[in-house]
Design a protein around this ligand. Structure first.
Ligand code: PMP
Length: 395
């Protein structure tokens, strides 16, 4: 490399200070708020009561005492699993949860991971290598992007939900050993559904496999809450679901055929080399799964709330993105505008997250409103009024 092309060495402290300044000046600086207590939609933040409109606890199970009770019973054996699942961390609670999930989804086998991030990384890095190709929707979750990059496979990023582009990308990668098409099922920042039946047909036509990340659909969509595949009447080769959203606990699973699961047990590094989730968390997730099954009225309430929010927004002239799921984005464009509106709403007692780059593409900053079965109709109406007033004040 020529001398003049070399990057000058900088001390770490100077680098961090400069980068943080740059992030702050672009209105992209992120901070955390501390939750002191409360449960469901009504929580206390920094000692103040507020309504949570940005949680993924879609069914209100995260604070359900029955999940806490299931966890408490399992805690009698201790807190930590003590090891990875392949060493000595695989507890009866994990096995019961895997079996319950497989039975619920109607799939031969399920493998637990400690997070959805770990599941996506484990599958993609474990399954694909340099001779393979990954065809991915451009708006896929960050964990799918990172997993794909880490795999070393050829990575083709296609325009959002563009079935023809997926088709062309598969055509282009006909020489690859293994071809995997991967898509979020519900897009986490937009709330729209992937065209899964069409993607399954395209994959089948090319002899490729289809993986979906149903983090936001599991427990929410489908008559039985089995997720986006149930709602759309299809079955992917690989289905990832998370347990920290509708199921009210934490962790994630991969569902598929026996050989897929056995292979992941051998090769998914985030499974092999990571401590198994605490058994109490698995117990809570299994109770959450039972309630997803037994209390369909939670889903009915959630969809009533989605309808109320969308109808109310239309009546007030608030233009929403076309989403029929609990994720309801309000596109604002400018990061500073999204931040200021979010801050203003917070001061009025509504917690609505401002989503900015790099989470979403530049110029598409937004408020991401998520609805839950626990929101009361009056709370949704109050948020709508505050949103309309905020939009008027921040044109
Ligand atoms: N996939 C999607 C689509 C997600 O939205 C998320 C989390 N926000 C994940 C995967 C990661 O799941 P986890 O939070 O369990 O790591």
């Amino acid at each position: 490399m020529a001398d003049d092309a070399r990057v000058a060495s900088v001390p770490l402290a100077a680098h961090l200070a400069a980068e943080l300044r740059r992030i702050r000046e672009a209105d992209l600086y992120r901070t955390r708020r501390v939750i002191d207590g409360g449960h469901g939609a009504q929580i206390q933040v920094n000692g103040r009561s507020c309504l949570n409109f940005c949680s993924n606890d879609y069914l209100g199970l995260a604070a359900d005492p029955r999940l806490a009770e299931a966890a408490r019973a399992a805690l009698a054996q201790g807190t930590g699993s003590g090891a990875s699942a392949l060493i000595s961390g695989y507890n009866r609670e994990h096995q019961r949860l895997e079996e319950a999930l497989a039975d619920f989804i109607g799939t031969p086998r399920v493998l637990l991971f400690s997070t959805g991030w770990a599941a996506n990384l484990g599958v993609l890095r474990g399954l694909l290598g340099r001779d393979d190709a990954l065809v991915a929707d451009e708006l896929n979750h960050a964990s799918l992007i990172d997993g794909g990059r880490l795999s070393g496979a050829r990575y083709l990023r296609v325009p959002h939900a563009d079935v023809t582009a997926f088709d062309a990308a598969l055509q282009e990668t006909a020489a690859a050993r293994l071809r995997l098409l991967v898509s979020d099922a519900i897009f986490s920042m937009d709330g729209d559904l992937a065209p899964l039946p069409e993607l399954a047909a395209v994959a089948a036509r090319h002899g490729a496999a289809l993986m979906i990340d149903d983090a936001h659909g599991f427990g929410v969509l489908g008559a039985g809450g089995r997720g986006t595949p149930e709602a759309l009447g299809m079955r992917p080769d690989i289905q990832v679901g998370t347990l920290g959203k509708a199921a009210g606990a934490a962790g994630a699973f991969v569902a598929g055929d026996t050989d897929l699961i056995e292979y992941l047990v051998q090769r998914a590094r985030s499974f092999v080399f990571s401590t198994a989730q605490p058994p109490a968390v698995a117990a809570a997730a299994r109770r959450g799964l039972e309630l997803i099954r037994e209390e369909p009225e939670r889903r009915a309430r959630l969809f009533d709330n989605i309808r109320r929010f969308r109808d109310g927004a239309a009546a007030l002239g608030i233009a929403l993105v076309d989403s029929q799921t609990p994720i309801q984005p309000l596109l604002l464009g400018d990061a500073a505008r999204a931040l200021s509106l979010s801050q203003q709403l917070f001061e009025q007692g509504f917690w609505v997250a401002a989503i900015r780059p790099p989470t979403v593409p530049r110029g598409t900053s937004r408020l991401r409103i998520t609805l839950s079965a626990t929101h009361q109709p009056g709370q949704i109406d109050a948020l709508l009024d505050a949103l309309a007033a905020g939009m008027r004040a921040n044109p």
